[in-house]
Design a protein around this ligand. Structure first.
Ligand code: T46
Length: 136
């Protein structure tokens, strides 16, 4: 299974600047139910360190850059998000960490579900145990 599910988004910009539109089931493979964004991250402050049981997300760095480390229990992959016209699709059961946020980073995240803390796995050993019960 590939962990690097980057999707290129169509740039609709012109000489007045950039514009990117994201439509459910056209540009990303789910209905958008929630949007959140992360910004103003202090230097050298990592975030994440969890997996979601079910949640599907699409992450776009609309300003600046950050690194995303993904781990499915078998393999790890790190990627850089640094473009407003490209996003990373992440389905459930991927342990992820975000590192090296630039001071101007704004990480926009689109989700297919509302916020449920019960969907988070915040303990890495518990995550590993659960991945062993799933046939990939
Ligand atoms: C993820 C990565 C990429 C809410 O109340 N509602 C929300 O929709 C979200 C996303 C968070 N929260 C609360 C939960 C915590 O008390 O906001 C607080 C900070 O969340 P957290 O520590 O989980 O933040 P990150 O940056 O570690 O993780 C976030 C998302 O929570 C997570 O789903 O995949 O970004």
């Amino acid at each position: 299974m590939t962990l690097n599910k980057k999707i290129k988004l169509k740039q609709l910009g012109d000489r007045r600047g950039n514009l990117v539109a994201i439509e459910s089931h056209i540009d990303i493979p789910f209905d958008i139910k929630r949007v959140y964004y992360i910004y103003n991250i202090p230097e050298s402050t990592p975030r994440g360190f969890h997996a979601h049981k079910e949640l599907h997300q699409f992450l776009i760095c609309v300003s600046g850059s950050c690194k995303i480390l993904m781990d499915d229990g078998l393999q790890k992959h790190e990627t850089i998000l640094d473009s407003g016209s490209e996003g990373l699709f992440m389905d459930g059961m991927i342990w992820h960490e975000m590192h090296d946020f630039t001071s101007d980073c704004v990480l926009l995240v689109l989700c297919n579900e509302l916020y449920y803390e019960s969907d988070y796995i915040r303990d890495y050993n518990e995550f590993l145990k659960l991945t062993k019960t799933i046939v990939k």
